[in-house]
Design a protein around this ligand. Structure first.
Ligand code: APR
Length: 246
């Protein structure tokens, strides 16, 4: 399995505050498509401007609702993988741990992670497009998209679309967790979508050890910066086993 830098293992063992940012890559081994992987990424097959913007929803609410219903179905069949589970173990060993995710698939919560910040919302939650408040997901209603029980407006997935702002409290908490981190991991994210992508730089600027774990990085061991090339489902369990042998 992937050899984890011994220096990083030592740092992790004594760390008090660990912040992790995850992206679609950590759910890839659960069978969920990422967005930008060559060939398989969702944005290789679909155009975000047709499916993941408020304008797209206004233009074609049925198409957008059904695309997210399809993704919700994929998510409902996925289960957490060894990478998700390894993050639960790290959380159990670190006094102050924060998991900030861009993912909307609930797999971190399903794996048992307690302190999870969802920067981009959650695909299982539904909200009224007009009132912007969460409502019960009325999948069973024959209308597509279903209507808000209160105002009759269209329902939409409670996820952050391009051009929309992140939940303010969630992002504020994420920035604080990056500022105060001793160790900051960016796992399975292409680091292309702001403002989530800026969190690693914030952590670095405030003196954290920064670990970028991805399939497409060239390995680098230059404490306090590490680039580890490998699958999250392999590397994270190896890191946990090295730091806290059973
Ligand atoms: N282990 C580790 N990394 C992986 C794995 C894996 N098994 N599989 C893929 N990756 C990496 C890819 O190399 C890529 O860099 O995960 C990254 C996934 O990047 P994206 O598909 O761009 O996903 P993400 O970074 O989460 O996208 C950010 O963009 O579309 C919006 O709101 C959406 O939250 C999403 C945001």
């Amino acid at each position: 399995s992937q050899i984890v830098p011994p220096e990083l293992v030592k740092t992790l063992r004594t760390a008090q505050r660990v912040t992790v940012l995850t992206g679609a890559g950590i759910s890839a081994e659960s069978g969920l498509p990422t967005f930008r992987d060559p060939m398989t990424g969702l944005w290789e097959k679909y155009r975000p401007e047709d499916l993941a913007t408020p304008q797209a929803f206004r233009r074609n609410p049925r198409l957008v609702w059904e695309w997210y219903a399809w993704r919700r179905e994929l998510v409902s069949q996925a289960t957490p993988n060894a990478g998700h589970r390894a993050l639960v173990t790290i959380e159990q060993h670190i006094p102050e741990f924060m998991l900030v995710t861009q993912n909307v698939d609930s797999l971190h919560q399903q794996a048992g992670s307690q302190r999870v910040i969802e920067l981009h919302g959650n695909i299982r939650r539904t909200k009224c497009f007009d009132e912007n408040v969460v409502v019960e997901n009325r999948e069973e209603s024959e209308e597509v998209p279903p209507r808000c029980p209160r105002c009759g407006g269209m329902l939409r997935p409670d996820v952050v679309w391009f051009g929309e702002s992140l939940p303010a409290q969630a992002f504020q908490t994420a920035v604080e967790a990056a500022v105060h981190a001793d160790v900051f991991f960016a796992i399975g994210t292409s680091g292309t979508v702001e403002p989530a992508a800026s969190l690693a730089r914030v952590a670095q600027r405030f003196g954290a050890t920064v670990v970028i774990l991805n399939l497409d990085v060239k390995p680098l061991e230059a404490p306090p910066l590490y680039h580890i090339n490998g699958r999250a489902g392999i590397v994270l369990p190896a890191l946990v086993h090295a730091a806290w042998p059973e």
